[in-house]
Ligand binder design. Structure first.
Ligand code: NI
Ligand code: MN
Length: 242
């Protein structure tokens, strides 16, 4: 299964350092470096995630890929409970200032910053991004997270695009990709995306939440397997070690 000794050694040395928990849609947690990161909080309006209590979440950081409601709906409640630092594109960080979150960390596409858990780089995504009140949300984004010797790509909501090829030599350990189609790329393009970013381990997100993005899980898993990729579709509320 694993190509060579150095890959094996890397897996052995870094096993279980990072914990991924799926909260449904494109919302997930990463625990790394003793810190809890929460991405794109959308839980209380997701009928598939009724068993998740947002009050039980206590992130240190909340990362937003863009401003759409299905990525920010629970932001204010969770941020208020936890006091989490929000990381988002500068336009959204500026909008948050007027909404009672004055100290969000604004970034922009192509920029990276070292936080106390590791480095975050904001990368391109092709999508749209307006905020729930109609405000301009800047460009949509993805993230490359580099922490505890692991490198994770979260594509955000996006079409397949050629800029993904810029990540091909990054030695990514995991790619977190939307697979639901309609609003983002679907499974066939996500398989191409995994090739573009040169990463065999994929976690699928942004599927099943709404009727236009319902998928056939068995068919999707089989497509990825035929392409030589390890696709994980994690039940909502469950965790895996990356
Ligand atoms: Ni979106
Ligand atoms: Mn979305």
């Amino acid at each position: 299964m694993y190509g060579n000794i150095s890959t094996l050694k890397r897996l052995y040395l870094t096993t279980q350092n990072m914990k991924f928990t799926y909260y449904g849609h494109a919302c997930f947690g990463l625990e790394t470096g003793g810190k809890k990161l929460l991405f794109d909080p959308f839980i209380s309006h997701n009928s598939l995630a009724k068993h998740i209590d947002i009050n039980s979440l206590d992130p240190d950081y909340i990362l937003l890929s863009h401003g759409h409601g299905d990525h920010v709906a629970d932001l204010f409640a969770i941020q208020k409970n936890s006091g989490a630092k929000v990381i988002a594109i500068a336009d959204i960080a500026g909008w948050l200032e007027g909404k009672g979150i004055p100290d969000a960390h604004g970034m922009n596409i192509g920029g990276g910053f070292i936080f106390d858990f590791g480095r975050v780089k904001m990368v391109n995504a092709i999508h749209s991004s307006s905020l729930p009140d109609g405000s301009y949300g800047g460009n949509p984004a993805g993230f490359v997270i580099n922490a505890e010797g692991k490198k994770i790509y979260y594509a955000g909501d996006t079409a397949l695009h050629y800029d993904m090829k810029l990540l091909a030599d990054e030695n990514l350990d995991w790619a977190i990709l939307p697979i639901g189609d309609n609003y983002t790329m679907g499974a066939d393009d996500a398989i191409k995306a995994a090739g573009f970013v040169n990463c065999k381990n994929v976690i699928g997100v942004h599927y099943d939440t709404f009727p236009p993005i319902r998928i056939d899980k068995a068919e999707t898993l089989s497509k990825f397997e035929k392409a030589g990729l390890n696709l994980q579709l994690i039940p909502i509320g469950e965790s895996i070690g990356l």
